[in-house]
Design a protein around this ligand. Structure first.
Ligand code: 0O2
Length: 206
C-alpha cells in the first residue's frame, strides 16, 4: 500500500509535542508550589517508520490497521522519583479531560520475564487538525529513574541479541533489574524515615 508517511505521522508528532509541553508544565507547577513533584522528567518520541514496519510484520498488523492496532506509534515516558509516585501520576493522567485511558499494563507489580518494570497507560488523545479532530492512540510509560536506567541500557544492548540473550546474560540482566527495584524500595524507605524524623522534630518543638 502506498502511504504518505509524513502525513500519516503528523498527528502523532503533534500528540507527542503537545503532551510533552503539558506534562513538563505540570512538573514546573510542582516546583513553583514548592511541593513534592511526582514527575522528574518527561520524554517522547514518534516510532521510526522502520520500527513501525518491523513491528507490523512481526505482530501481523496490516498497515491499514495501524491506527487502531499499534498503540505505541506516539510514545511518552514519564520518569518519577519514587515508586509510589507512579500511581499518583497514573491517577492524575486518568483524571485529565484531554486524555481517555483505554487500557493499562502494570509491569511494576507484574514485572516482565526480562525483568522490565514500568506502568503503561494506553490513551486516546484528540488532535485538532485543519478541518477535523483526529483521535490517536498514545502509549504513556510511567517508571522510576532506576527502572528507566535499567530499561534504557537493556534496550541499547538488545540490538545484538533481539531479546534472545544467552541464558547467563539473561540471568544477570534479571538480577540487575531486581537490584534496581531494591534501590527504589530503599530510597522510599529512607524518604519515609526522614519524613518521620521531621514530623517528630516538629511535634517536639510545638
Ligand atoms: P521502543 O520505542 O523502541 O521502546 P507484548 O505483545 O505485550 O509483548 P507490546 O504489545 O509491544 O508487547 O507491548 P509492551 O511489551 O507492553 O510494550 C512495548 C514497549 O515497552 C517496548 O517498546 C519498550 O519500550 C517497553 N518494553 C517492554 N518490554 C521491555 C523489555 O524487556 N526491555 C526494555 N528495555 N523495554 C521493554 P518497543 O516496541 O521496544 O519500542
Amino acid at each position: 500500500m502506498d502511504r504518505d508517511w509524513e502525513l500519516f505521522l503528523l498527528p502523532y508528532r503533534q500528540t507527542v509535542d503537545e503532551l510533552k509541553v503539558k506534562l513538563r508544565g505540570l512538573r514546573d507547577m510542582y516546583v513553583l508550589r514548592k511541593e513534592h513533584g511526582p514527575i522528574e522528567f518527561v520524554t517522547g518520541r514518534v516510532k521510526p517508520i522502520n520500527s513501525i514496519l518491523v513491528k507490523s510484520k512481526t505482530r501481523q498488523i496490516p498497515l491499514n490497521e495501524l491506527e487502531t492496532e499499534m498503540e505505541d506509534i506516539a510514545g511518552i515516558r514519564i520518569m518519577c522519583p519514587f515508586v509510589e509516585d507512579i500511581h499518583d501520576v497514573v491517577d492524575m493522567l486518568k483524571s485529565r479531560n484531554d486524555l481517555n485511558a483505554v487500557y493499562e499494563k502494570d509491569y511494576v507489580t507484574h514485572k516482565k520475564e526480562s525483568g522490565y518494570r514500568s506502568y503503561h497507560l494506553i490513551c486516546e488523545y484528540p488532535v485538532q487538525l485543519i478541518d477535523e479532530v483526529k483521535v490517536v492512540l498514545v502509549e504513556i510509560q510511567i517508571r522510576t529513574l532506576a527502572m528507566n536506567f535499567w530499561a534504557s541500557i537493556e534496550h541499547s544492548l538488545n540490538y545484538k541479541y533481539q531479546g534472545e540473550y544467552p541464558s547467563e546474560i539473561n540471568n544477570r540482566l534479571q538480577k540487575a533489574a531486581e537490584s534496581a527495584f531494591q534501590l527504589d524500595e530503599e530510597m522510599s524507605t529512607i524518604r519515609d524515615e526522614i519524613k518521620g524524623i521531621q514530623e517528630n522534630y516538629r511535634f517536639t518543638k510545638d
